[in-house]
Write a protein that binds this ligand. Structure first.
Ligand code: HEM
Length: 387
């Protein structure tokens, strides 16, 4: 029987407190049946149940992405692929899959390894910040090389990506982050229009002039942002979370050093435990009954992937890091359905290689100072002694 009034929860995705204390809210929503109404930010349904979240993510016909997947919106144009429905989504997806999909990713191993080694060499005095100085730098270096983006923009893109991620617009110096990112993208496009170089950036810019199916300027910008921004913080956080755990759990470090073939299991368990991108929204295209409530056409639903990934119905020890507990086909850290992360094969490779190269360069790694977490999924400073 349908409840007369739906369960409610006061959950605001922008609440600063939520950056550190989100896990309790997921438990609250699950205790209320897995889906609850939040009156914040214009109102939306929050879903923390694994089965329900997966069902909604799979149902791209009734739960759409084109109305935006962020609550609240962050003021940028729709993200390529991510914020489009079919049929546009299919074309976008092909372009991105050609850059980072499962056929391409294995061939990027040597490039990623090269960047990891170069960063580890900067810790020549036996000390390195495995957060900002390794995990966060590695994913940025990899995305810049993959795309063919001009290296001198790295620091600025990092700042802008962070600002947009955390809704910190305007920037500390007063400039508008979305506006400055647009200028940078226009510069990148102009440089490859004037002088194509045979890199991915040149290819996407050329797609903008395709005679049959040209991409709009917004789509060209969106494609670059999807890789440059989408592939950076997410992967950096996953790498940093796993490294922070490994260096503070000697028995795990011993196990993985002795059995490196188990590193991929550790990667999956880290992305489950600390789900780097915690939530994405959908909008209902029609009335849908869901876990005892009715979602009306036009209402928004927030898929709390981080909550689904701690669902005790799905994982025996949801709040513990257990090697082998999660595999790519059980957790929702990369989403599910047609929008499931196109960069997943590259992300998995990057995190694995970051650990493998750290182990290859050292006999033991341990923190010499406190780890600084800037959110429940982001250990930004991991000061370590490398032996
Ligand atoms: C550990 C690292 C990563 C995590 C946890 C992650 C997570 C996700 C999630 C949860 C989605 C689905 C969003 C939704 O349901 O609406 C997604 C989509 C996407 N991700 Fe990732 N991602 C990661 C790495 C990457 C990388 C390395 C790239 C690019 C190189 C990338 C690019 C994208 C793009 C373009 C989409 C949209 C796909 C579509 O709509 O078809 N991600 N990601």
């Amino acid at each position: 029987m349908l409840p007369t009034s739906p369960p409610t929860v006061r959950f605001d995705p922008l609440d600063q407190d939520m950056r550190f204390h989100d896990f309790g809210v997921y438990d609250e929503i699950r205790a209320a049946g897995g889906v609850a109404w939040s009156p914040e930010r214009g109102g939306f349904w929050a879903v923390a149940d694994h089965a329900l979240a997966r069902q909604i993510a799979s149902d791209h016909g009734r739960f759409r992405s084109a109305a935006g997947v962020r609550i609240p919106p962050n003021g940028t144009p729709p993200t390529f692929a991510l914020e489009y429905d079919r049929p546009e989504h299919t074309g976008h997806r092909k372009i991105l899959t050609a850059a980072v999909g499962p056929r391409v990713a294995p061939g990027l191993d040597a490039m990623v390894r090269g960047h990891a080694r170069a960063l580890l060499a900067t810790g020549a005095d036996g000390r390195l910040d495995l957060g900002a100085g390794y995990a966060f730098r590695l994913s940025l270096d990899v995305m810049f090389e993959l795309i063919g983006a001009p290296g001198h923009l790295k620091d600025e893109v990092e700042l802008l990506a962070e600002a947009l991620f955390l809704y910190r617009t305007p920037l500390p110096d007063g400039r508008d982050a979305a506006g400055r990112l647009r200028e940078i993208l226009q510069e990148m496009v102009a440089s490859r229009t004037a002088e194509p170089r045979g890199d991915w950036l040149s290819e996407v810019v050329a797609r903008g002039r395709d005679t049959e199916h040209p991409l709009s300027e917004q789509e060209v910008h969106g494609a670059i942002v999807a890789l440059l921004v989408g592939g950076h913080h997410s992967t950096a956080r996953a790498t940093a979370c796993l490294l922070a755990h490994v260096v503070t759990h000697p028995e795990l470090q011993e196990t993985l050093r002795a059995a490196p073939e188990r590193i991929p299991e550790a990667v999956e368990e880290a992305v489950r435990m600390w789900t780097p991108l915690r939530w994405f929204a959908r909008t209902a295209a029609e009335d849908v009954g869901l876990g005892g409530v009715t979602v009306r056409a036009g209402e928004r639903v927030l898929l709390l992937y981080a909550g689904a990934n701690r669902d005790p119905q799905r994982f025996a020890e949801p709040d513990e890091f257990v090697l082998g507990q999660s595999q790519p086909n059980t957790h929702l850290a990369f989403g599910w359905g047609i929008h499931r992360c196109v960069g997943m094969p590259l992300a998995q490779l990057e995190v694995r290689v970051a650990v493998e190269e750290l182990f290859a360069a050292t006999e033991w790694v341990a923190p010499y100072d406190d780890i600084t977490w800037t959110s429940s999924t982001e250990p930004r400073r991991i000061p370590c002694a490398l032996r």
